[in-house]
Structures are given as C-alpha cells and as structure tokens.
Design a protein around this ligand. Structure first.
Ligand code: DQA
Length: 145
C-alpha cells in the first residue's frame, strides 16, 4: 500500500495569515504545511503539499495522486463552490478524499453552502480553523492504515 498523502490548497490560500485575518486567522500556509509535515513524519508517510491559484494545476496534482497516493486532503477554497472539473478529477480516484475548510462555510454567505467536492468527499471538516487539516489527516490515517 502506498504511503504518499497529497494535501492540496486552492486559490488565495497562499495569502493565509495576511488576507482577512478576522475570518481566516493569523497562521500562514507555511504554518499549516509545517504542522502537516509533523503529522506525516509521526505516521511514517510521505507528504506532497501544494497550493495553486490555478484550477488546472490542482487537477494535474489530483491526476498525479491517482497514480501513487493512499489518500488526499483538499481545501479547494473558492473552487469548492464552482468546480465540476475538480469533482470529476476526484471521482477518478479510488482512495479516501477529505475536504477541509478553515471556516464554517455553512455559517457564511449562501453561495458558500454548496460544494461540488462534497459529492465525492468521504468526510468534510469545516470551521475548525487550521486544526481541520490535522483532523482530516488523523481520519485518513485510520482509513489508510
Ligand atoms: C475556504 C472557504 C471558501 O468559501 C473560501 O472561498 C476560501 C477558503 C476555507 O478554508 O474556509 O478561500 O475554503
């Protein structure tokens, strides 16, 4: 069984800690990556952590993961609410998929209540801040283990 986990982050998450800190908090994506690298090391898995503002890059990483990963965690950011292409890419994967949102999207504007990715995700974590990545990782390790 593969021991590679992908964690993908969508548009604007490179600005985490700088954009709208009252909503998204002060921790940066580098902090998220450092935490995730720690969990990965604790579980003896290889982590491939990426962020892009381009939909096609996220899709290409999902295709890459399809060939080698045991699971994938994705914060698709705004593409959550619009991207059939990301849903289709995830539907082509057999491994567990977790969707994570730093904020509770259900408490926010109505356009954030719809998620295409949730139609494929095995679990969804929203509103737990950046700790959501850790929670998704723990669940993935349980399923993949
Ligand atoms: C987000 C929620 C999305 O609605 C938003 O577009 C984001 C971040 C979150 O992590 O809370 O960019 O995915």
């Amino acid at each position: 069984m593969s021991k590679i986990v992908y964690i993908l982050n969508g548009p604007n998450l490179n600005l985490l800690g700088k954009r709208e800190p009252a909503i998204y908090g002060h921790e940066t994506l580098a902090d998220v990556e450092a935490n995730c690298r720690r969990y990965a090391a604790e579980h003896g898995v290889e982590l491939r952590f990426h962020q892009s503002n381009a939909e096609y890059e996220l899709i290409n990483w999902i295709h890459e993961a399809r060939e080698c990963a045991c699971g994938l965690i994705i914060n698709p950011a705004a593409l959550t609410h619009t991207s059939v292409a990301i849903l289709d890419a995830l539907n082509a994967c057999d491994f567990p998929v977790f969707e994570i949102h730093i904020t509770n999207v259900h408490k926010r504007e109505p356009f954030r209540h719809k998620s295409y990715v949730s139609l494929r995700a095995d679990g969804v974590i929203a509103g737990c801040g950046i700790q959501g990545y850790e929670l998704a990782f723990m669940r993935l390790m349980k399923l993949a283990g």
